[in-house]
Design a protein around this ligand. Structure first.
Ligand code: FAD
Length: 392
């Protein structure tokens, strides 16, 4: 259960007036699920560095996996605002929960839906949508993070199959995955997507231990040693970095909404605590220094809500540019991490405790500000958009 009444969740500029009844229903049902399923166990999962058992099936049951994938493939056929709202509600619970849904939806289901064959769509999408199957997305490598175009993982055409070699690092859900969408270079140097199944010989997924961030999410490597990949597992409809980058655009959009949820959780907790906690004979909420913090939090949350809302409209109209998505991802993650850190101070010593969510969100957001393009890389994307000059 959240520490604050749910009716204190801010909607300062009445964005609710712009939502449909369906959007509000979706938000309510995901919010209820987060309250009943995520909140009671998230602190322990994060403290113990263990994932939440049955999480993917639960996410599937509430329609959070591939919400915008058409119903015929097991998705919910919803619009982009709905997807954003779902991400926001999930991340109010924890960034690990939102990350699980983001990866499965935008980085695994999206490329299979967008670039896959009919056979691939029919085989994988329904099971990914209901959480029976867990997917991972392999782009980052030990030597190539911000610069995926230099990737070393490669496949060779052996006539009746492809032979895949290389390694991916920092992969969400790697230790749990049933399939991985892996981006690798062919002999022509072009990047293609391959679907690698858990039981293919030579494919291993060692776990990355000792993280201080996203502790309720499993992270690991994808290692390929002479893995025979059937030819029908190549994504036929895309080649080049456009493939993985279009997946990242979808995920980054979702992150721009998601982190608003983390910020809201911190903000609402801080408001509630500041009103209850007395020092020098008065609630700390009555002091100007604390009010300044709270006022700035609400201003920043409201600005972020407006940014993501309009980006969602542009996405619905297929008009959102990668640079616009970079701006929203960068701005909103920084907004959330700043609010997590500052709101922790409002709770004084209590702010470091697991009973309150600030330290967990702040630590999680250190990953979120790094993955799906770092804070600096998104700035360079905006710089390139302004000047036409690539400063990478
Ligand atoms: C918890 C977690 C989960 C993740 N999940 C996935 C996943 O599921 N799949 C996946 O493929 N990847 C995943 N990632 C990887 C993530 O996307 C990368 O960590 C990220 O892209 C940055 O790459 P890097 O860590 O190699 O940093 P680097 O690229 O080495 O960057 C290090 C620093 O240098 C800066 N830098 C780099 N190039 C430039 C430049 N040209 N100019 C200025 N500064 C520059 C960066 O901004 C950064 O601050 C995950 C990461 C984490 C932490």
């Amino acid at each position: 259960m959240s520490y604050y009444p749910l009716n204190t969740i801010p909607d300062y500029y009445l964005l609710d007036n712009l939502l449909t009844d369906e959007h509000k229903l979706i938000r309510q049902s995901v919010r209820d699920w987060v309250e009943s399923f995520v909140m009671p166990q998230i602190d322990e999962a994060a403290q113990q560095h263990k994932d939440i058992p049955g999480l993917m099936k639960e996410l599937g049951s509430i329609g959070a996996l591939g919400p915008y994938i058409p119903v015929e493939y097991g998705g919910a056929g919803l619009d982009q605002i709905s997807y954003g709202i779902i991400m926001q509600e999930l991340e109010r619970g924890d960034s690990a929960v939102r990350s699980a849904a983001s990866v499965q939806s935008s980085l695994v289901m999206f490329p299979i839906y967008e670039f896959g064959s009919d056979e691939q769509k029919n085989k994988y999408l329904p099971k990914l949508a209901n959480g029976e199957m867990i997917g991972a997305f392999g782009l980052t490598e030990p030597n190539h993070g911000s610069d995926p175009g230099s990737m070393e993982t490669y496949y060779k055409d052996m006539g009746d199959h492809y032979l895949l070699n290389g390694a991916k690092m920092w992969i969400t859900n790697a230790p749990l995955c049933d399939i991985a969408v892996v981006w690798a270079k062919g002999e022509d140097g072009k990047v293609r997507g391959l679907i690698v199944e858990r039981d293919f010989d030579g494919f291993t997924t060692p776990e990355t231990h000792n993280k201080w961030s996203l502790r309720a999410s499993k992270t690991g490597e994808l290692v390929f040693r002479d893995v025979k990949v059937p030819k029908e597992n190549l994504l036929p409809k895309v080649e080049g970095l456009k493939g993985p980058l279009s997946c990242l655009n979808s995920a980054r959009y979702g992150i721009s909404w998601g982190v608003i949820g983390a910020a809201i959780d911190c903000y609402c907790t801080a408001v509630q605590y500041a009103k209850e906690r007395n020092q020098f004979g008065k609630p700390i909420a009555s002091y100007q220094l604390q009010q300044k913090k709270l006022a700035e939090f609400l201003t920043e949350i409201t600005k972020a809500q407006l940014l993501s809302w309009q980006l969602g409209n542009l996405k619905n109209e297929h008009q959102a540019t990668p640079a616009q998505i970079s701006m929203a991802k960068r701005n909103n993650v920084k907004m959330a991490i700043d609010i997590a850190r500052e709101s922790r101070q409002i709770l004084g010593g209590m702010g470091i405790m697991g009973e309150f969510p600030m330290m967990r969100h702040a630590a999680n957001l250190e990953s979120v500000i790094t993955y799906e393009g770092t804070h600096d890389i998104h700035l360079l994307i905006t710089g390139l958009d302004i000047t036409g000059i690539n400063a990478f």
